[in-house]
Design a protein. Structure first.
Length: 149
C-alpha cells in the first residue's frame, strides 16, 4: 500500500492518466446474509469444575520458540493459573501443587495466581513443555495433592 500513492493524482484520489478498466460485477445493494444473528450464551461457572483456557507468554508460547536455547531459559515452568478469588474459596496457596484432570488426563502442576482471570476460569500456559496436546477450552477438575512423607 505504501507505493500506491505515487500512481495517484492525490492521496485516495483517481489514478494519473485516468482510471483503467471497467467494473464487470457490481456489488449487491442489499445483502440478505446475516453473519451475526445470534450471540452465544453468557459464561456460567460450574460448582465443581473450572473452564480452562489458554494463556500466552512472550517466551515459549510460540511452537518453535522453545527450540531456541536463549528463549527456552526465559520460559516459565508449566502451571495452573487461578483467579485469586477462586483460590481463596478453595483454600489454595500460591505455589501449591494441584492435580488437574483435563480431557481425561491428569497433570500435576503448581498454582500461580492471575489477577486478571475471571472467577470460574482456570488458565494453562500455551505451548510449554509437558503440556503439548492439551485441547482447550475445556472443563476440568482440580484437587489438592497429598504427598506421602
Amino acid at each position: 500500500m505504501q507505493a500506491v500513492n505515487k500512481f495517484q493524482s492525490e492521496v485516495g484520489g483517481h489514478l494519473r492518466g485516468g482510471d483503467p478498466g471497467q467494473h464487470l460485477l457490481e456489488p449487491e445493494q442489499r445483502s440478505t446474509k446475516s453473519y451475526f444473528s445470534a450471540a452465544p450464551d453468557a459464561f456460567v461457572a460450574r460448582k465443581d469444575e473450572l473452564m480452562f483456557v489458554r494463556v500466552n507468554h512472550i517466551f515459549g508460547s510460540e511452537e518453535l520458540s522453545s527450540m531456541s536455547a536463549s528463549i527456552a531459559e526465559r520460559m516459565p515452568s508449566p502451571y495452573i493459573g487461578l483467579a485469586p478469588e477462586d483460590a481463596e474459596i478453595l483454600h489454595i496457596r500460591a505455589g501449591e501443587e494441584l492435580g488437574l484432570v483435563l480431557n481425561g488426563v491428569e497433570y500435576y502442576l503448581p498454582v500461580r495466581f492471575l489477577p486478571g482471570l475471571a472467577s470460574g476460569l482456570g488458565a494453562i500456559p500455551d505451548g510449554l513443555r509437558g503440556l503439548e496436546g492439551v485441547i482447550l477450552p475445556a472443563w476440568g477438575k482440580i484437587r489438592k495433592v497429598r504427598r506421602e512423607t
